[in-house]
Design a protein around this ligand. Sequence first.
Ligand code: FE2
Length: 202
Amino acid sequence: MAPTVAAPAARQLHFSLPPLPYAEDALAPVISAETLKLHHGKHHKKYIDTTNQLLEKEPLKAASLEEVVRQAKGKLFNNAAQAWNHDFYWHSLSPKRQRPAGALLHRLEKDFGSYEKFADAFSQAAIGQFGSGWAWLVDKGGRLEVMPTANADTPMAHGIRCLLTVDVWEHAYYVDYRNERERYVSAIFERLNWEFAEKNLG
Ligand SMILES: [Fe+2]
């Protein structure tokens, strides 16, 4: 009888810290180089490193960070989701000032009434999130909505399409704005990457 061939062990997943899509000083003065160095180089890196360490102890059958986030629970979910959220956040920001245009502007006007009403709802979600979390613009079943999430939670884990996000953990703004989240949220509108949001539209 032929010996049973053992299935090859699942390839160990290992993630690297993705580089910022711009220079560390590119978002100044809205977000300083000091904040980006710390936020990307320390906080984001720590989420990636911890995700890798946890995957060594509890391997998952996953091929991407998105799949890890969708399958994981507890500490692994928190770290993998934060790793994914931060990469999405860097891409949600742009060195140049943009305004939504074209199909995306049309969708914002249809679902919120106007760009200004969207901006109000997004600000309220970001400022009103109790404690740490995120504010998102999402496409939920064909309708654009604003969605806050707490801690590491991410709409992506719930099968909701993300267009844009703002990190409202204190580490995102404390160096530049101290505890004044309102001032950070107000300034971030000058750095939202609407080209990225439009690419994410369904
Ligand atoms: Fe963060």
